[in-house]
Design a protein around this ligand. Structure first.
Ligand SMILES: Nc1ncnc2c1ncn2[C@@H]1O[C@H](COP(=O)(O)OP(=O)(O)O)[C@@H](O)[C@H]1O
Ligand SMILES: [Mg+2]
Length: 336
């Protein structure tokens, strides 16, 4: 279980994570969903004990990440955004080596076990540099599983993979759910919907929505637009629908007439139905306009920047450039 309470992270002037709270339950995959720069990696680095929060608290597997970070590290498997793999080692050799560093007992046996779990037994003796990107990602996942952690924190594990490799990773993650608490970050909504039991949506360092994919969809559909199709003349019907008090807006689309309610908490469908019946029009369709999670996500993460925030963003970009120069040189020396 992961419990996050009012967690804040500032990088100098920039507040990357602005007091977020959420819970990731045992036996579930919790999707940590948000666009680039939302604060996913920052949050995950705090939860794995790699970086102290500026304020707030997080309990992971029963321990405070800040006060008891060694206890937390023992119980958390972490797949960072880019895994530093040693390219000349074999998959097995790398995992045994990582096991030894972490003080895992019986590293040979453990390495074989985790290779099996990620479906890489047949490539155990291949050098990492000869593996495909998807396989390397699975080696990274195997590394995160070595010490049998209760909690798994996976930072965008499918990024940069081809579609088949993406499916393989998702399968592995779904299987992990049974025995672990999994926090899985992604900026791809359809992926979150397929892999996760629960979604936490983050944007600009703030949680903007939380719930199961079905709950989130239902929430948005409630105040959503209604599609109306009848056999009566379109103009006449639109005119009549406009006179309904709970209706804010009526427009014609290729699908039919689309009605926008005035108040999200008042469903205008009963009144629309009444108007249609009164006029004796033959009804073809009356239903909520299809809302997919993609639309919800766009809606929730739409940029609503104030001038000050815009200014802050320009500063961010400058910082980000500075950061990326550093990480490029780091990559050159440690990854190759
Ligand atoms: N080391 C750092 N120094 C300064 N700003 C940072 C640093 N790391 C991340 N940021 C900023 O914090 C924000 C959140 O970044 P990040 O957590 O990487 O988001 P995500 O993983 O969701 O893409 C971004 O605005 C990013 O520019
Ligand atoms: Mg990230």
């Amino acid at each position: 279980m992961i419990e996050v309470q009012n967690l804040v992270k500032k990088y100098g002037e920039v507040t990357a994570v602005k007091g977020i709270s959420f819970v990731a339950k045992t036996g579930q995959v919790t999707g940590f969903l948000g666009p680039n720069g939302a604060g996913k990696t920052t949050t995950m680095r705090m939860l794995t004990g790699f970086m102290p929060p500026t304020a707030g608290k997080a309990i992971v597997a029963g321990y405070d990440v800040f006060e008891q970070s060694m206890e937390v590290r023992k119980r958390v498997g972490y797949l960072p955004e880019s895994v530093p793999l040693y390219r000349d080692m074999t998959a097995r050799g790398y995992l045994q080596y990582m096991g030894e560093i972490r003080g895992v007992n019986g590293t040979r046996q453990k390495a074989a076990e985790v290779l099996e779990r990620v479906g890489l037994t047949s490539r155990a003796n291949s050098r990492i540099r000869t593996l495909s990107k998807g396989m390397r990602q699975r080696v990274g996942l195997a590394q995160a599983l070595l010490h049998d952690p209760e909690v798994l924190i996976l930072d965008e594990p499918t990024i940069g993979l081809d579609p088949i490799q993406v499916l393989e990773i998702r399968d592995v993650v779904r299987q992990l759910r049974e025995a672990h608490t999994v926090l899985f970050s992604t900026h791809i909504l359809s992926e979150a919907e397929q892999v996760c039991d629960n979604l936490v949506i983050i944007n600009q360092g703030t949680i903007v929505a939380e719930g199961s994919p079905a709950q989130l969809r239902a929430e948005l559909e409630r105040g959503g637009r209604i599609l109306v199709r009848t056999e009566a003349p379109t103009e006449t019907v639109m005119e009549a629908l406009r006179s309904i008090p709970t209706v804010a807006h009526v427009e014609q689309t290729v699908e039919g007439i689309v009605v926008t309610p005035r108040d999200v908490s008042v469903d205008p469908r009963p009144q629309i139905a009444q108007v249609i019946v009164q006029n004796n029009w033959r009804l073809i369709e009356l239903r909520p306009l299809a809302v997919n999670l993609e639309e919800i996500f766009l809606e929730l993460t739409r940029q609503t920047a104030t001038p000050e925030e815009e200014e802050e963003k320009v500063k961010h970009i400058a910082d980000e450039n500075a950061v990326s120069v550093i990480s490029e040189t780091e990559e050159g020396s440690t990854h190759e």
